[in-house]
Each structure stands twice: as structure tokens, then as C-alpha cells.
Design a protein around this ligand. Structure first.
Ligand code: KG4
Ligand code: ZN
Length: 335
């Protein structure tokens, strides 16, 4: 390896086939085959369909990523792939493809925790991002407040005790007939709505870092049914903005509880929900008020992608953390 490591990253944990190439912290390519249209007609991700779609995309996307990066496969210093958490059949496709490619090329293979990818994503947006930091991870499967003490050294301070933030958005959007995925649909509707129109509950006020979103979903469904029947339902943009505000309020509150308690000066964000306009705005307001630096990556690096897996791979390679070719996926992997 000469100087800056060049790493290919492969992400196939859910419904996006993501291939990225980095040189150290620098993103050289990030290409994606989204399966959103395929799953939209089912109203959610169908695991077997996702795995098959990854099989169809992974090889040609690898060629595209390498060609965009201007890198020949023999120039790679390592190949990294998501090991978990995620859908087991989907994970196996990228993980096995990466191991086979690494073996054939005689390169190191590195298994990467998907959530660690989201933790590193702010670095791709701005190389100044560095621990110690508090990072909010909010995606379709997770909502966590993480104290990132160092690269590779994390303490999960709090998590959701039921649904993840993205899951709550997806389920409520589906109920409201706004389509799939729900997060972007709620974000769009809410732009013209009044966030104070309906006072939806903010759960677990006594637990500083934990979340609960399933009661919010029930509360919205009950509210809409009652008011629809009575003919007193506010316009959908108001419903969407009020729901979004209830979710954003707790995500922001609990992140900054951790910032205040730990005294860190750096706040990061990762995961698909971090693409939300209102959440980005509110996090920035709170960060500015406290004089701490906020690092939220561009929207396409908040959602699942290969570059975030590649950049973790580059770090792990630097630390000599190479995976065994006998290693396997772990659908329930934790940070
Ligand atoms: O990180 P991600 O791409 O996949 C998982 O690892 O889960 O996150 C997907 C989640 C979905 O729930 C989606 O509705 C949500 O991120 N999402 C958003 C926005 N864009 C995507 N939520 C709120 N506002 C958005 N703009
Ligand atoms: Zn994700």
C-alpha cells in the first residue's frame, strides 16, 4: 500500500445497492441502484426481492464506481462490505461478492458495521469532522444517540425502545396515503404545513437519551380517524408538519442532552432521517446557540451508500483490522 489507501465499499444491507470508492477520507465515486420503485408497490421492502435486485446490480455498479473513480481494480488496497445489521439475504449478496473479489485479486477484505458507516458519513461531507463527538443516528431501522469517543470507540447512550424514527415516518405516511418511503413524503408535505397545528405526544421525557415512536404512530392514527369522521381533520400538510415536529423535537432534545452532559464540541448526524429538512434546520439552530460544530453530510450521504462503507474500510485498514475470509454476515450486528 502506498500512502493513502484506496478502498472499494459495498453496501447491500437493505434496498439500495451502493458502491463507493475512497482514497483515505476523500470520496472518489459513490454510485447507487435504488430499489425504491420496485418495493413501492408493496408498500415496504420485500427481503427476497431486495436480495435478487442486489445480485442484478452489484457487478455492473462495481465497474461503474471504479471507472468513475479512475481506479483499476488491481490498484485497490482493500475491499470492504457491510456485514450487518440488515436483511440477511441482502447482506449475503454484497458480502460474498466482496470476499470473492478480494480473494481473486489477492487484496484484504474488511467487514463493516452499517451503523459505523453512518457514523463516518459526516467525514465524507467535511474532513474536519472528528471525535470526540455526539452523533445522532436516525434511519429506517435505528434511532441512537452515540458518544463517539474516538474512531472505532463508541458508547451508545440511548436508543429507541420500539420503532425507529424512519419506521414511524414510513408507517404513518403509508396510513396517510402519502406513499413509500414515507420520510421524504412527510418532509415534502410538511413544507407547507403548520407544525403547531396538532400537539402529538413527545415520549419518554424522563429518559435523557432514549426514544419511543410507536405511541406517536398510534396517536396519529387515532387522531386522523376521529377527526376525519367528524369532518374536522386539518389539511394533510398540517398533520404531516405536526407529526414531523414531534419526531424532530425528541431527536434534537436527546442529542443535545448528550452534548450538554458530555461537554463535546462536535455534533454529527447520520442515517436516512438526517436528510429531513426540518431536522437539519433545528440541529443547526441548537448547535449555533451552543457554539458547537455540527457535521451533517449532504442528503445522498445520509441515506445508505457505498462510500460510507469504503471510508470505514480505509480506517480499519489503517488500524490493521482485516476480516477473515471465513467471516460471515450478522443481521443483528450492534455498534
Ligand atoms: O439510512 P437509511 O437509508 O436506511 C436504513 O439504514 O434504514 O434510512 C432510510 C429511512 C427511511 O425510513 C426513510 O423514510 C427515511 O430514512 N428518510 C427520511 C428522509 N429521507 C429518507 N426521513 C425524513 N425526511 C427525509 N427527507
Ligand atoms: Zn442505513
Amino acid at each position: 500500500m502506498s500512502g493513502t489507501p484506496v478502498v472499494l465499499g459495498i453496501e447491500t444491507s437493505c434496498d439500495e445497492t451502493g458502491l463507493g470508492v475512497v482514497a483515505g477520507h476523500e470520496m472518489r465515486a459513490n454510485v447507487l441502484a435504488s430499489q425504491v420503485d420496485i418495493h413501492a408497490r408493496f408498500g415496504g421492502v420485500v427481503p427476497e426481492v431486495a436480495a435478487r435486485a442486489h445480485v442484478e446490480s452489484v457487478r455492473h455498479l462495481t465497474h461503474r464506481a471504479l471507472s468513475e473513480a479512475g481506479v483499476h481494480q488491481t490498484d485497490l488496497d482493500a475491499i470492504a462490505a457491510t456485514q450487518g445489521p440488515g436483511l440477511v439475504g441482502a447482506l449475503v449478496v454484497g458480502f460474498t461478492f466482496a470476499k470473492s473479489l478480494a480473494w481473486a485479486l489477492g487484496k484484504p477484505f474488511i467487514g463493516v458495521n452499517h451503523m459505523e458507516g453512518h457514523l463516518y458519513a459526516p467525514l465524507l461531507g467535511d474532513p474536519a469532522f472528528a471525535p470526540p463527538a455526539v452523533v445522532l443516528l436516525a434511519s429506517g431501522g435505528h434511532s441512537q444517540v452515540v458518544h463517539m469517543k474516538d474512531w472505532g470507540n463508541y458508547e451508545v447512550l440511548g436508543s429507541t425502545i420500539d420503532d425507529a424514527a424512519g419506521e414511524a415516518l414510513d408507517k404513518t405516511a403509508r396510513f396517510l396515503g402519502l406513499g413509500y418511503p414515507g420520510g421524504p413524503a412527510i418532509d415534502r408535505e410538511a413544507a407547507d404545513g403548520d407544525p403547531a397545528a396538532i400537539a402529538f405526544p413527545r415520549a419518554l421525557p424522563d429518559r435523557p437519551y432514549d426514544f419511543s415512536f410507536s405511541g406517536l404512530k398510534t396517536s396519529l392514527i387515532t387522531y386522523v380517524r376521529e377527526h376525519r369522521d367528524a369532518g374536522t381533520l386539518p389539511p394533510i400538510p398540517d398533520v404531516a408538519a405536526s407529526l414531523q415536529e414531534a419526531i424532530v423535537d425528541v431527536l434534537v432534545d436527546k442529542t443535545f442532552n448528550a452534548v450538554d452532559a458530555s461537554g463535546v464540541k462536535v455534533v454529527g448526524g447520520g442515517g436516512g432521517v438526517m436528510a429531513n429538512s426540518r431536522l437539519r434546520h433545528r440541529l443547526q439552530e441548537e448547535a449555533d446557540r451552543r457554539g458547537v460544530a455540527l457535521f451533517v453530510p449532504p442528503r445522498d450521504l445520509c441515506t445508505d451508500n457505498g462510500a460510507m462503507i469504503a471510508v470505514v474500510g480505509a480506517h480499519k485498514l489503517g488500524r490493521g483490522e482485516i476480516s477473515d475470509f471465513g467471516s460471515d454476515v450478522d443481521a443483528g450486528l450492534t455498534l
